[in-house]
Design a protein around this ligand. Sequence first.
Ligand code: SAM
Length: 282
Amino acid sequence: MPYSRKVATSALAPTTLIPRDQAGDVLAGNAEIKGLFGAPVFNHPKPTGLLAYLINSVLSDDKDAIVLDFFGGSGSTAHAVMRLNASDQGNRRFFVVQLPEPTPEGSVARESGYSTIAALARKRIVLAGESLGAGALDASRIDAGYRAYSLADTHFSKWKVSSDVDRTELEQHLFDLRESSSADEASADDLLSEILLKQGYSLTEQIAPVDVAGLNLRSVGDGIVLAYLNEHVKPTLEQLRAVVDEDPARLIVLEDAFQGDDQLKTNLAQLCKSKGIELWTA
Ligand SMILES: C[S@@+](CC[C@H](N)C(=O)[O-])C[C@H]1O[C@@H](n2cnc3c(N)ncnc32)[C@H](O)[C@@H]1O
């Protein structure tokens, strides 16, 4: 007689380790998107309750955790992190990575002006911050700031060359080197982000615009680094002297800002040397 064993039917019923009342379900995820955008611009996102539950389970309620989501979709992980912080005054941070995957032609997302899922996720982070701030007792406690970066080719000609260039390409490259930045449309912040990454700074450095003697600079880390990145306005020696007097540890100046004035550059190098400031031109 073949071996057989009776199994109680209830043992075959699917179970979940995650309490639904905390995690929510597909409908809750859909409702969150609709509540923020006023339209179903993304189908079946994970509910932020589920992500918040998982984040806290894995990270043991660590309020300073950094949460990484390589497949960000509509940004529900970012939203969940902001929600958790709002609920317990945490300082968790998030990295969300998303391909610029186009939204389908004719979809609600496309019709609402979002051409990529990444664009939609960026907007969701803004909207989530606004809605959490509106619902908070102390809105100033809600840190809804974020930075969005996209992968791009370098803005600097001199960093563009590869080892297997042919003769014509190399000639063109040397020709381009007469100017430091190759893309005139690059903003000061684009250039600074690239320089800071090359110098080993993180993507989360505090950066603020500052005015020194009429020059518009970027101050990094409360003035530890000062950067002048306007290639169209050549600074005077007096202005550069005032910048040096601010005593940064490092001064970054866009090569093109000297507009070929080697004497100005040499004078600045001497000024920096006398004060122990590291001058970095790019
Ligand atoms: C299922 S969705 C994520 C949903 C998201 N957790 C939410 O709840 O909104 C997965 C996403 O990963 C993205 N993706 C797929 N391959 C990727 C890759 N190699 N790098 C980055 N994103 C990728 C897709 O574009 C898709 O939007």
